[in-house]
Design a protein around this ligand. Structure first.
Ligand code: PBG
Length: 326
């Protein structure tokens, strides 16, 4: 059978038809909203490169989280930019440090909100790298992993509903799982940034998280954007080590990786629409060059169609509101 008896346009001719045959859906339950916490109170410092996104003191982060929850977003991803930065990442290990304080405050104010805590060293180290640096600038994998496990434990103790290691050191998921289990946090899930690429699209984030590396770059630990098979290897290893959810990051330029990961593992797949992906749409929208809500919905639907179960996006609250007002 072919044209004229076959006419795919028949099921496209009206909105009810289009709604019924739609293959991919976007819902607020699939979204995670990132928050950037800084010291102080009453602070809402706009991130220049990410219009609409602010660095927030803990009290303001609570307000922001509550409004996201009210819009229907079930989870936030927390990043802290503490004042004290040193080679040991002390602030991230401190039970009364900024991240721990923010986690506790969010859970007290919004017990139903899931708080995912980003686990990394870059926001708390003076050199801005995601692991410990040896003389000569080499990243020391195994000592970094030990510290990362301690950081994860610190955040779990503070009340985090999940820990999300974003450092890309080898073996960190296993180390974190062991540390959590040993200390009574066997029920705390690990959301692993399993396939995290060394991307130019993280640029705006580094302003927000104050985490730009002081020297060199992250290519000795984050993945080469050219490598798809290696991404599957990373994902499989993290699942073997105990990851409960795996992440692909960034999202838009890596839709093929999302699809392959979805077809390879059974755990939920999370995609991170990163800062640069957000800022591109924002900048074009501010110039009147693009219809912002339509472009955002299309980008996120594409990420879902590629196979992502969940999406971390700076548009999470907006999208939840748009979906509800439809
Ligand atoms: C740091 C981290 C980064 C992001 C999340 N965690 C940046 C980086 O690796 O330099 C990027 C998020 C974004 O760009 O929105 N470990």
């Amino acid at each position: 059978m072919s044209f004229p008896s076959v006419r795919p346009r028949r099921t496209r001719q009206s909105d009810p038809w289009r709604r019924m045959v739609r293959e991919t859906r976007l819902a607020p339950d699939q979204l995670i909203y990132p928050l950037f916490v800084v010291p102080g109170s009453g602070v809402r410092r706009p991130v220049t490169s990410m219009p609409g996104i602010c660095q927030l003191s803990v009290d303001e982060a609570v307000t922001e989280a509550r409004s996201a929850l009210d819009a229907g977003v079930p989870a936030v991803l927390l990043f802290a930019a503490p004042a004290r930065k040193d080679e040991k990442a002390s602030a991230a290990l401190d039970p009364s440090g900024l991240a721990a304080e923010a986690i506790a405050a969010l859970k007290t104010a919004c017990p139903q909100l899931l708080v995912w805590a980003d686990v990394c060293l870059c926001g708390a180290t003076d050199h801005g790298h995601c692991g410990h640096v040896l003389p000569g600038g080499v990243i020391d994998n195994d000592s970094s992993v030990r510290t990362l496990a301690e950081v994860a434990l610190n955040y779990a103790r503070a009340g985090a509903d999940a820990v999300a290691p974003s450092d890309m050191m080898d073996g960190r998921v296993q180390a974190i799982r062991r540390a959590l289990d040993r200390d009574g946090f066997a029920m705390t899930p690990i959301v692993s940034y399993a396939a995290k690429f060394a991307s130019a699209f993280y640029g705006p984030f580094r302003e927000a998280a104050e985490s730009a590396p002081a020297f060199g770059d992250r290519r000795s630990y984050q993945m080469d954007p050219a490598n798809g098979r290696e991404a599957l290897r990373e994902v499989r290893l993290d699942v073997e080590e105990g990851a409960d959810l795996v992440m692909v990051k960034p999202a838009g330029p890596y839709l093929d990786v999302i699809r392959q990961v979805r077809d390879t593992v059974e755990v939920p797949v999370v995609a991170y629409q990163v800062s640069g992906e957000f800022s591109l749409i924002k900048a074009a929208a501010e110039r009147g060059w693009i219809d912002e809500p339509a472009a955002v919905m299309e980008a996120l639907t594409g990420i879902r169609r590629a196979g992502a179960d969940l999406i971390i996006t700076y548009y999470a609250r907006d999208v939840a509101r748009w979906l509800r007002s439809r």
